[in-house]
Design a protein around this ligand. Sequence first.
Ligand code: AMP
Ligand code: MG
Length: 402
Amino acid sequence: MRPFKSTISIEEARERLRTGVRPIARTEELPIGAAAGRVAAADLASTLFVPPFSRSAMDGYAVLAEDTRGASRERPARLRIVERVYTGAPPQHGVTPGACAEIATGAPLPEGADAVIMVEETARVDHDHVAICAEGRPGQNIGRKGADIAPGDIVVRRGDLLNPSRLGALAAVGCAHVEVFARPRVAILSTGNEVIEPGTPLGPGQIYDVNRFTLSAVVEAQGGIAEMHTPARDTLEALNEALDACAQADVIIFSGGSSVGDRDLLVDLVATRGQMIFHGVAVRPGKPTMFARVGDTPFFGMPGNPTSCLSNAYILLVPFLRATARLPLYAPRTVSATLGRTIVSPANRHQFYTVTLHGTVALPAFKGSGDITSLSQADGYIEIPASEHTVEEGSSVEVTLF
Ligand code: AMP
Ligand code: MG
């Protein structure tokens, strides 16, 4: 055994992680239909006008505003209809004094017309004539060419998250493909002689690999590509081989073997092949967590206990991953609740405490750091800062929802 000499605070761990982020530099080109949630890698300037032509914003009549001056229900202006303009084809005639064109929403405005009177403010006289019952202002109900976007306008900037509206802006300027930052490749590997893959019968002393699946789900949900590896045994040789197998990844996450037991070899592994940035964080659960750099690759050594592993994935790994993927800060959903039972938290440890919600009352769901149901049967968690020792029944708490 090599007990922890010291731990660092969660704030310090977060700070060192922030400093350790290398935002992904690789890019790839994607069809815009496959780019939702990705991050633009370059500014994109429009080469055209949007709308590409002046168009009607209403179903009605394209007129010369001048011809409608003083028009009202009582004294309508009578105009001759010279054509009917629908969407998708250019008008054949212009509009001259005394004339107008029936026009559909989105159809190109005929030459000469400078206003559209909505159909509700007109009355048809006969097949070729319409009574205009309201005055039109120049420009009224017209979407001018280029009013939305002009050539040279930047529609999406490098670093912008491609949300639905930005994908819409790319489509509007005719952009079929977009250059985005690659999703970071994250190698995930569980360690432990006892850990085997689900799908095979358990032998004596064996357990199924849980962390690989919880971590991959987190990675995939937070902008990464999870690369799952088979569990490695607790020997330096096996761990070295496992680490070699992860060489192509942008981030490596091992779980298990990160504590201080004789078989916890990750410290030795990092000592020979990398540089430790921290080992031991004052959180509960999840103290035996390490962050290192192996070669140029960030390396996480997560605790083997499934709850510790996953809770630290939420509070430490997620912000790191999102920054690596260049995604905006994660804003999980939170609700306010009243604590239904007093919680005693260990002194000087930041606690991640799972709860179930019953209306507005939060009850403890935490069983033990080895119990995955501490999380799987909870609705969310509260965080109790290291400076707080007890949170009294009846106090108001902020629950972060899973
Ligand atoms: P360790 O961090 O390796 O000391 O493991 C702590 C506890 O977590 C032990 O009971 C392990 O058997 C268990 N454990 C380690 N890795 C995993 C895993 N991938 N899935 C489920 N349990 C694990
Ligand atoms: Mg182990």
